[in-house]
Design a protein around this ligand. Structure first.
Ligand SMILES: Nc1ncnc2c1ncn2[C@@H]1O[C@H](COP(=O)(O)OP(=O)(O)O)[C@@H](O)[C@H]1O
Ligand SMILES: Cc1cn([C@H]2C[C@H](O)[C@@H](COP(=O)(O)O)O2)c(=O)[nH]c1=O
Length: 217
């Protein structure tokens, strides 16, 4: 049975790498995928992983109808054996419904990859719809780690290393950002709740919480 599978995890946990591996294994067996992405850091129409691999993809846009796009490709003599959608958190809920229809009516597997929650730990609308509709939700096995060593489960947005909690839901960025740039850091829930990034934890460790005691000689 074809499935809608949501591969979910924090930023930097290997989602795009897995998408590229699925694409590689299937295309090596002569299958033809329709690859979508949206706002990949590598640029428009690219699906890229931090391991350096990249492939061409169709850039999803606002209002794009995935079901109609795939039907049009098939009707014009193209072949589509499966579908990959990376950065699926950026898709609109009705686009996720269209992907579910691709599974049910066109009988194609759809593999969607994305982060579930934003920097405020709120579900992205597209991810919420995936949770509602997916046949399976897969959590990636290679765990990203918080600076404390615990499994990272949350995404923090940072500015100068400090966690910020105000701003637009969508700001494209990376976990390795230059100082003074908006960036991201993955944290465990405890440190996300306490707004403790690696930089703020490091600064706290350097500032003694008691004054040094000098002996009078
Ligand atoms: N230099 C490296 N050596 C080995 N693994 C790396 C290296 N750089 C990144 N990775 C792996 O790639 C993962 C990020 O993969 P990527 O597919 O870009 O993540 P995602 O799409 O989830 O944001 C990291 O968690 C790490 O496991
Ligand atoms: C938490 C969070 C992330 N984003 C953006 C930042 C990146 O461009 C992508 C995630 O990419 P990855 O391949 O999973 O690393 O999402 C955002 O716009 N808003 C957020 O709150």
């Amino acid at each position: 049975m074809p499935e809608l599978v949501f591969f979910s995890g924090t930023m930097d946990c290997g989602k795009s790498t897995l998408a590229l591996q699925i694409e590689h294994n299937r295309s090596a067996r002569g299958l033809q995928g329709m690859i979508y992405t949206r706002d990949d850091r590598a640029g428009r129409g690219k699906l890229s992983s931090r391991l350096g691999l990249v492939t061409e993809a169709v850039e999803a846009t606002d209002g794009m109808d995935f079901y109609a796009h795939i039907v049009a490709a098939l009707s014009s003599g193209g072949r589509v054996d499966y579908v990959i959608a990376d950065e699926a958190q950026f898709l609109a809920p009705d686009q996720i419904d269209q992907l579910a229809r691709v599974v049910d009516d066109l009988e194609l597997d759809v593999f969607a990859f994305g982060i579930s929650t934003d920097f405020r730990s709120k579900l992205f609308p597209g991810s919420q719809r995936l949770v509602e509709l997916a046949d399976r939700i897969e959590v990636l096995q290679v765990e990203a780690l918080c600076w404390c060593g615990a499994r990272a489960t949350h995404n923090a947005r940072t500015l100068d290393g400090q966690m910020v909690v105000e701003g637009a839901q969508v700001v494209i960025g990376d976990v390795h950002s230059a100082p003074a740039e908006v960036g991201y850091e993955v944290l465990c829930r405890r440190h996300h709740r306490r707004r403790q990034t690696s930089a703020s934890a490091h600064a706290a460790a350097l500032s003694p919480d008691v004054l040094p005691v000098y002996s009078a000689e």
